[in-house]
Design a binder for this molecule. Structure first.
Ligand code: NAD
Ligand code: DAU
Length: 351
């Protein structure tokens, strides 16, 4: 094996796409997927790679420092690609401490284990931290986030991710650990947990349930196909210089309400409904507290230095996504069973 890579959070939405890409593209790498299997982690996301010789799954919690130290000791990793996190803004508003524990303490535990286990060979090892554009805060009508934009997080989620980014940079500056960070915009695609806008709306439209749009639906997000994110991570992991940060984004800004209307149209077509009929499900609800108005990523550094560009037009990607959810009804039924129902009722009852 040329490299032993620890991927954390590999049973989640983006992590499962990254694991699949690395297991399939690099047969001479050993990929160890460490995941706690929270509500968001699902081994069904990886059935197509679970039997591969170069893949291993380990269930565990990055908050458990002793366990992480032992895992590094036993496996002698060459690199870490760190995606494990609590990732949903609304949940962070309801329970911020879980975000501090996993996103901040969990990240520092991994950094400590890497720092100790890799002593004397930092230049041959790499710690890749996967982060978000939300650390930059909110934009007005114009402008874009660049790698030089000052951090200004607003939600407990983005504050915890910003904190973890700072720790990763501090371990580079203080101890000389080889780190890279990427900050990506909103992802969409298959295996996305239906607490997030696009899969939640797909599930609700399918079941003729109200589609909750926060506030006036005027918030803007920059959407990227998840497989394009996984490809960007691959490129950055292999080619970025030590200590570098890359922004990743789709140059694809959509107001929430326009996106939902497009989704209704695609769903009506796929479900054989009268086109436009699902728009009746749109229901404006109380806005998210501290709701960031607009995100937009300037990914020109990644495009110019490493030659990465998004591969799919949004309409095409959204259609593929809808098809995946309609073809994978069992997956959707599994993840929307008991716990999801109580989450949904609590989250949306008071809106
Ligand atoms: P997700 O919620 O779908 O998956 C997170 C995974 O981490 C799950 O499998 C979960 O079981 C695991 N996990 C959570 N706590 C853990 C712990 N304490 N120990 C071990 N495993 C744990 O999240 P996602 O949307 O796939 O996001 C992955 C990463 O990418 C996160 O770091 C997130 O901040 C970042 N990110 C996400 C987006 C997006 O649009 N979803 C965009 C930019 C960056
Ligand atoms: O920008 C990157 C971030 O994108 C990631 O770091 C996060 O992990 C990921 O969850 C995502 O955060 P958002 O808060 O932007 O995603 P979410 O799908 O929750 O919401 C997208 C937009 O839709 C946002 O403006 C809030 C709105 N929304 C969301 C939900 C769940 C609604 O209007 N109704 C809803 O029911």
């Amino acid at each position: 094996m040329k490299k032993r890579i620890l991927i954390t959070g590999g049973a989640g939405f983006i992590g499962s796409h990254v694991v699949r890409r690395f297991v399939k593209s690099y047969p001479d790498y050993k990929i160890v997927n460490l995941d706690k299997l929270t509500y968001a982690g699902n081994l069904l996301n990886l059935v197509d790679v679970e039997g591969e010789d170069n893949y291993e799954f380990v269930k565990g919690d990055i908050v458990d420092a002793d366990f992480i130290t032992e895992l590094f000791h036993v496996n002698q990793f060459d690199a870490v690609i760190h995606l494990a996190a609590e990732s949903h803004v609304d949940r962070s508003i309801a329970s911020p401490m879980e975000f501090v524990m996993t996103n901040v303490i969990g990240t520092v535990n991994l950094l400590n284990a890497a720092k100790e286990s890799w002593k004397g060979e930092y230049s041959q090892k790499r710690f890749y931290h996967v982060s978000t554009d939300e650390v930059y805060g909110a934009l007005g009508e114009v402008g874009m986030f660049t790698e030089a934009t000052a951090y200004d997080p607003h939600s407990p989620y983005s504050a915890s991710k910003a904190s973890s980014d700072h720790f990763v940079r501090a371990y580079h500056d203080t101890y000389g650990l080889d780190v890279v960070i990427s900050n990506c915009s909103n992802n969409y695609g298959s295996h996305h947990f239906p607490e997030k806008l696009i899969p939640l709306a797909i599930n609700n439209i399918k079941n003729n349930k109200a589609v909750p749009v926060y506030g006036k639906g005027e918030n803007v997000r920059d959407w990227l196909w998840v497989e394009d994110h996984a490809r960007a991570i691959d490129v950055i992991f292999h080619q970025a210089k030590t200590g570098e940060t890359y922004n990743i984004g789709g140059h694809n800004e959509w107001k929430n309400i326009d996106l939902i209307k497009l989704l209704c149209k695609i769903m009506d077509n796929k479900l054989g409904r009268e086109v436009g009929s699902s728009e009746q499900l749109i229901t404006y609800v109380t806005d998210r507290a501290g709701h960031d108005l607009r995100y937009a990523i300037d990914s020109s550094k990644l495009q110019e230095k490493l030659g990465w560009v998004p591969s799919l037009r949004f309409e095409e990607g959204l259609e593929k996504t809808v098809e995946w959810y309609l073809e994978n009804e069992q997956w959707l039924n599994d993840v929307t069973s008991s716990n999801y129902q109580s989450y949904y009722e609590t989250q949306y009852a008071e809106r």
